[in-house]
Design a protein around this ligand. Structure first.
Ligand SMILES: [Fe+2]
Ligand SMILES: [Fe+2]
Length: 184
């Protein structure tokens, strides 16, 4: 039995963390909500970017109907990123935040569910254990190298905020993943 989780286990584990954080944001308020939301932004940015750089391109080539299945998942991710960016520009205590967050939550949950049923289940059948572990290593490397929250008062933080926190985390994660994959 291998100690290395395969990519499907790893991504499903991240989906569970995403579901927990969505609940935490929904159930908390004030500073706790702001903190939980920042953690959610980072986790979603890291998770979706790793999927887009590592897992989706592989699935597109290897699973039945890959183009359509993966194409639909990427469209869902693009929509979620737009809403996430809008949310990140709002105060987490604002009334608009609440309504848009409910919509984001539904979209993200439906997206994760569709990935698990239509994409990941097939990956298990088309790819051997070694292949699944190799993909997991690339996803983990992306996670390890992705930026954490910017520190207030630093030059980088100012630049990150100017570019929008969501876009900044996604860009930096993508650079890190491409370095690991040797595609930069
Ligand atoms: Fe995704
Ligand atoms: Fe996912």
């Amino acid at each position: 039995m291998s100690e290395q989780p395969d990519v499907v286990e790893l991504l499903k584990q991240q989906h569970r963390q995403i579901r927990e954080l969505l609940d935490e944001v929904g159930d908390s308020k004030d500073a706790d909500r702001a903190d939980a939301f920042h953690r959610l932004v980072r986790l979603l940015a890291v998770h979706e970017t790793a999927e887009e750089e590592v897992v989706h391109p592989y699935a597109r080539r290897h699973i039945d109907g890959g183009d359509q299945v993966v194409g639909e998942r990427i469209e869902e991710e693009e929509r979620a990123k737009v809403v996430l960016s809008e949310l990140a520009s709002l105060d987490t205590g604002a009334p608009e935040f609440h309504d848009r967050f409910i919509a984001l939550r539904q979209d993200v949950l439906a997206h994760a569910d569709a990935e698990e049923r239509m994409e990941f289940a097939q990956l298990r059948h088309t790819t051997d254990q070694r292949g699944l572990e190799t993909l997991a290593r690339a996803v983990k490397a992306a996670e390890a190298l992705a930026p954490t929250r910017p520190h207030p008062g630093t030059d980088t933080a100012a630049k990150n905020l100017a570019a929008g926190p969501v876009a900044a985390v996604i860009d930096r994660t993508r650079d890190a993943v491409r370095k690991v994959m040797g595609t930069s």
